[in-house]
Design a protein around this ligand. Sequence first.
Ligand SMILES: C[S@@+](CC[C@H](N)C(=O)[O-])C[C@H]1O[C@@H](n2cnc3c(N)ncnc32)[C@H](O)[C@@H]1O
Length: 391
Amino acid sequence: MTSEPDLQPTAPDGDLETATVPEDAALPETTTDPEDAAGLPGAGRRRGPLRAGERVQLTDSKGRLYTVLLTVDGYFQSQRGSFRHTELIGRPEGTVLTTATGHELLALRPLLSDYVLSMPRGAAVVYPKDAGQIVQMGDIFPGATVVEAGVGSGALSMSLLSAVGERGHLISVERREDFADIAIGNVESWFGGPHPAWEVRTGDLADVLPDAVEPGSVDRMVLDMLAPWENLAVAADALTPGGVLTAYVATTTQLSRFVEDLRATEQFTEPQAWESMVRTWHVQGLAVRPDHRMIGHTGFLVTTRRLAPGHVPPQRTRRPAKGAYPADGEWSPVDVGERAVSDKKIRRVRRDIHRRAEMEQTGMASQPGPTAQPGSPSQPSQPSAATPDEA
Ligand SMILES: C[S@@+](CC[C@H](N)C(=O)[O-])C[C@H]1O[C@@H](n2cnc3c(N)ncnc32)[C@H](O)[C@@H]1O
């Protein structure tokens, strides 16, 4: 489950007005790229001159984005001017059109990251920065057999399909028929038709997976759902030894539950957990600084690997902190990873504070006492918590 990030101001296709082109207008031919015919889904659609039936992203002088589906009889209309789609069809990407009102519009095919953020969605999507992390850290490789659940709106499916390629196999499981339908629509629209490596199954992962794959046959698995810990048993059965399991969760409570339940199975390696933050920059002349706004949170990622059947994780030499798993259910500062502060240190801090108060009242530097910091006899020592060697 993922949180919903802010979207770019991309107008959905449905907001755009179309009008019929006069009959005498020259209609350019639509072309079929030989690579599409050769079975490289989507590759041909992303090169060459702009064609009817393709999606184009327009950027106006204020940086506003409009997504347009080019049609031979289409007409684009906005506050920044209007034009017939035929004026763009057959032109190269990167064309800058000047409308009758003198406004300039830059036309480019959307990138996958643009498309994911502007496509219709049922469930929240995996944000592009996280999809990149999942493909890289989940080690999704060309030709791999990958299982993904849930499918949601199909955003991650597109990155996974691009990574496994047409010789791979992506089995995407979604418990909601309506979401699966939205995902299929989005993915097929992006690739220009069904992807030969994609199989969508509807139902609960725990029910569907044992019938969908042979035990130990799945190379990589990605779980993006509310309760991924409910599927650890089927994941362990399906994954090949050494196979990578990645989970994407929105909250720390989900993260904790998943990691602890995963450890308890003793079928996986010690998990790694992290999040990524991307800060965009404003770079103009001397004004070079981070943008004021950023997407502060999307989700947490966890990866782990399947052990060989019958093997348990090696004993960890670095044991969990004392009290990390409280026996009595009560939480102490140590339970949540805070360091214990010794009584001696507390006494010293209190002395420091009294001495500082004395100096503030008298305006006199205190005499270096037995606890003063070496090398700074005339300076009051700060409360001890600030000295790094004691932290
Ligand atoms: C956040 S969405 C997934 C978004 C998707 N990864 C994307 O990028 O568009 C979570 C989806 O998991 C589905 N789901 C939750 N539990 C499931 C389960 N046990 N089996 C199959 N699908 C499940 C939900 O119906 C929902 O569509």
